[in-house]
Design a protein around this ligand. Structure first.
Ligand code: BJW
Length: 235
């Protein structure tokens, strides 16, 4: 049985990383297009850098750690021998990586990387970025680095591998995502007709009706329960 899991901000919420939408969300009090679009970056790069600098700093705070849901997915992947396992995440944090997930596709980029929009180089990055930050190999050309993040209007990463995994999937599980951002919100519709489709979320979503089962609850509780059950049912 081939398994594809899609995660969103809800899986990291219990690790202390705010989700995007709703009260207390990352976008509360901000215009999305100001901080998460190429046009916003061109208009005010420093504002965008500051938004991501703060999040990059927070991610490296020692209190931010993978939670039981991240760990359960990594543990499941280690133990699953009855087919393939592919984890697609919309999250730009590194909590799946830190939990030990291997076949991981971060489709919206990674907060701990920077990209040079001249050379296309993607560089590991843990510090603040500013409009003056030079590319380490192009010291005379400051201001070419941007967060390695997929903004609205940009093509998500790894789409070929994602489509291949979805085409060949027998179980699709979406965890902690609001189902409002495409193409990820449409992945459930890209699975084959026989595929079992399960959603795990605190609340209902606009794509609920595309799933065979909806499990309402906290990811840290429901994810370990679901994946341990799957292993148990396979003996
Ligand atoms: C819990 C929980 C707990 C909380 N336990 N659950 C009109 C129609 C259709 C599409 C479009 C359209 N107009 C424009 C588009 C395209 C656009 C789009 O989708 N716009 C919509 C707003 C309509 N999409 C794009 O532009 C994408 N690119 C694209 O389409 O390229 C063209 C193309 C692609 C492929 C094939 C062909 C063509 C790019 C999208 C980039 C998104 N980037 C962002 C920001 C950057 C990253 C960052 O700053 O960190 O990525 S947007 C933001 O939303 C972020 C997230 O990854 C993404 C999804 O959010 P997510 O993860 O779902 O979080 P929330 O906060 O929304 O929800 C959290 C959920 O968790 C909630 O449901 C809670 O209930 C739940 N929850 N705690 C369980 N403990």
């Amino acid at each position: 049985m081939n398994i594809v899991v899609l995660t969103g901000a809800g899986i990291s919420q219990e690790s202390g990383i705010p989700t995007f939408r709703g009260a207390g969300g990352l976008w509360e009090g901000r215009r999305i297009e100001d901080v998460a679009s190429p046009e916003g970056f061109i208009a005010n790069p420093q504002l965008v850098h500051e938004f991501y600098n703060a999040r990059r700093k927070q991610l490296q705070d020692p209190t931010i750690q993978p939670n039981a849901a991240h760990r359960a997915l990594a543990e499941f992947e280690r133990r699953w021998t009855a087919g393939t396992f592919c984890l697609i995440t919309q999250n730009v944090d590194d909590l799946h990586l830190r939990a030990g997930s291997q076949n991981l596709l971060p489709m919206h980029g990674e907060l701990l990387k920077a990209r040079c929009f001249e050379s296309g180089d993607v560089l590991p990055w843990r510090d603040d970025l500013t409009v003056q930050t030079p590319h380490p190999k192009l010291a005379n050309k400051p201001g070419r680095l941007r967060p390695h993040i997929v903004w609205f209007g940009e093509m998500p990463l790894q789409m070929d591998r994602i489509e291949t995994a979805l085409n060949d999937c027998d179980l699709f599980v979406a965890i902690g995502t609001s189902g409002r951002v495409y193409p990820a919100a449409g992945f459930v519709m890209m699975t084959p007709p026989h595929c079992r489709k399960v959603e795990i979320n605190f609340e209902s979503t606009p794509i609920d009706s595309s799933f065979d089962e909806v499990i309402q609850g906290a990811a840290s509780v429901e994810v370990p329960k679901f994946f341990e059950g799957l292993l148990a049912s396979r003996g």
